[in-house]
Design a protein around this ligand. Structure first.
Ligand code: MG
Length: 249
């Protein structure tokens, strides 16, 4: 399957989908505090996306039961928001997708709950930095491997490891389109990037080993060694110059 290029008019619609994701993510992140029950974050996500005449992409996707993925501490991605209560010192990864007039936006961030450890803060900062490095490398006439390498080398330079089994992705009318965007790779390899490509770049970074497992709920991905994990994601459009972040405010 080929990478689908988006026209300026299509990117304008994706910009709106992305803005709705960004607003929702900010509202949910602002609600994070000790004592919050994860299912409350799901209800909040549903409400805010609905207020913007959009639909949550994740609800029902391959049977996923919620509108947001909430992954706490050693959980990497795809956590189901249930009855768990957040506690001071937790870190929580929030991943939200929205569909607006048929177009998708997808973004994620990890936030601390109250006061967190120095290691947890360093992990969050390194993962945010890895996303920034990846986005900076996502330019026309660069290779996809330049993006992957930028993400990996930043995370590893901070002493952390990148998850290998889950990857970023092209995005458009479908949440997951070509190309797959690994968080590891080599510069100069992979497809050439072109204006009109829209990519969801999403480093998942572990404090310990890169390996992961899936819990019995068949969704929640956790680090195999129980170490902390963080996740940041933006949907970006490749242009002739810097990539345009579609999921920022
Ligand atoms: Mg994604």
């Amino acid at each position: 399957m080929a990478v689908i290029l988006k026209s300026p008019a299509e990117i304008a619609l994706m910009r709106e989908a992305g803005r709705i994701v960004a607003i929702t993510l900010q509202v949910v992140a602002d609600a994070i505090r000790p004592g919050v029950v994860l299912s409350e974050l799901d209800a909040l996500t549903n409400k805010v996306i609905g207020q913007h005449n959009a639909k949550p992409s994740f609800k029902g996707y391959r049977g996923f039961p919620a509108s947001i993925c909430v992954s706490v501490n050693e959980e990497v991605v795809h956590g189901i928001p249930g009855k768990r209560r957040l506690q001071q010192g937790d870190i929580v990864s929030l991943d939200i997708g929205a569909i607006y007039r048929g177009w998708q936006g997808d973004a994620a961030m990890t936030v601390g709950v109250g006061k967190i450890s120095g290691e947890a803060q360093r992990l969050i900062d390194a993962t945010r930095g890895a996303l920034a490095a990846g986005m900076a490398a996502a330019r026309a006439n660069s290779h996809l491997g330049d993006v992957s390498w930028a993400v990996q080398s930043h995370a590893e330079s901070q002493g952390f490891s990148v998850v290998k089994e889950y990857v970023g992705h092209g995005i458009g009318r479908q949440m997951h389109e070509e190309p797959q965007i690994p968080n590891f790779g080599l510069p100069g390899r992979g497809i050439l990037l072109k204006p009109g490509m829209v990519l969801a770049i999403e480093p998942m970074v572990n404090a310990g080993d890169w390996r992961t497992m899936i819990l019995e709920d068949k969704w929640t991905v956790v680090t195999a060694d129980g170490s902390l994990s963080a996740h940041f994601e933006h949907t970006v459009a490749v242009t002739e110059n810097e990539a345009e972040i579609l999921t920022s405010l």
